[in-house]
Design a protein around this ligand. Structure first.
Ligand SMILES: C[S@@+](CC[C@H](N)C(=O)[O-])C[C@H]1O[C@@H](n2cnc3c(N)ncnc32)[C@H](O)[C@@H]1O
Length: 277
């Protein structure tokens, strides 16, 4: 992973670390996600996925993994943060073969207003749409996604929840040469406003606190399904992550469900399709 060294002598420290490289190594699995989304697209439409829009793309890791997977795959990544997109150009895109790079476009803009060529799938990962705090804002975004899709195109948003999500907590995860902490700092049951942060801890004892800070509304699955329908999506459904009965942990496999499992924490995708008209 760019910027995260593998050798013990090169382990990052708070002084040398690149927070985008740490984030990508810690919380993303872009190649596996790109394969999974292509499989779901084929299941739903009977067609191979060749045109993808990654909203809130950040470092554009998913869009890059997607263009790597097929010589005809094209992607557009949308984010409003110029500095993060500059990082994506100098790291993620720079690591691509020129032929792959030519098939990946980055657009700086707001996901609600940016205009892009029609795609077969729009995807927003790692709960980024939770920056929208009102139904009106989220519905406006979902309508923009529908406009961005070809007829029959698919929208995927991920979601997480469960009783434990309402409690303050810090989960520590080990990664290559560093640990990362997922910190649920505050949750308000009235507004569903949630304050989440990512911190990093390094092997030399140094720390990078509040490397990423999120002020989100924790949207619930029934609200998301209703808003998808209000924005004009058909076939709206949920795919919930299968939990291993042995470890109690998510397996990375998702199953379409009409009735979900009330795990203490769960991860799911909400899926909707633009009609053929
Ligand atoms: C949690 S990061 C997501 C990074 C990546 N998509 C992932 O899966 O890990 C959220 C990103 O959304 C961007 N963002 C927030 N609001 C936005 C908006 N209205 N339009 C476009 N980008 C936005 C931020 O600049 C940031 O890069």
């Amino acid at each position: 992973m760019a910027g995260v060294n593998r050798g013990r002598q090169d382990w990052p420290t708070a002084r040398t670390a690149d927070r985008h490289a740490l984030y990508t190594a810690a919380v993303q699995a872009p190649a596996a996600d790109a394969r999974q989304f292509a499989r779901w697209h084929r299941q739903l439409t009977g067609r191979p996925l060749r045109r993808l829009r990654e909203d809130f793309c950040g470092t554009a890791a998913l869009a890059a993994a997607f263009v790597r997977q097929h010589p005809e795959a094209t992607a557009v990544g949308v984010d409003r943060d110029r500095d993060t997109l500059a990082w994506a150009r100098s790291h993620t895109l720079a690591a691509l073969h020129p032929a792959e790079r030519a098939r990946l476009q980055l657009r700086c803009g707001d996901v609600r207003t940016v205009r892009t060529a029609p795609v077969q799938m729009v995807v927003a990962c790692n709960f980024s749409y939770m920056v929208f705090h009102t139904r009106a804002e989220l519905r406006e975004y979902l309508r923009a996604c529908r406009r961005a899709l070809q007829p029959g195109g698919v929208l995927l948003l991920d979601s997480w929840g469960g009783g434990l999500v309402h409690r303050p907590c810090v989960e520590r995860h080990r990664s290559h040469g560093f640990d990362w902490l997922w910190h649920q700092r505050r949750f308000d049951p009235v507004t569903h406003r949630i304050d989440c942060r990512i911190h990093f801890r390094f092997r030399d004892g140094s720390a990078l606190d509040d490397a990423f800070v999120y002020d989100w509304r924790l949207w619930m699955l029934p609200e998301l399904r209703e808003l998808f329908a209000e924005a004009g999506f058909d076939g709206v459904h949920v795919r919930q992550e299968v939990v291993s009965p042995r470890t109690g942990l998510g397996t990375g496999r998702f199953r379409r469900v009409d009735r979900g499992r009330a795990d203490p924490t769960w991860h799911a995708y909400v899926v909707g399709q633009r009609g053929r008209r």
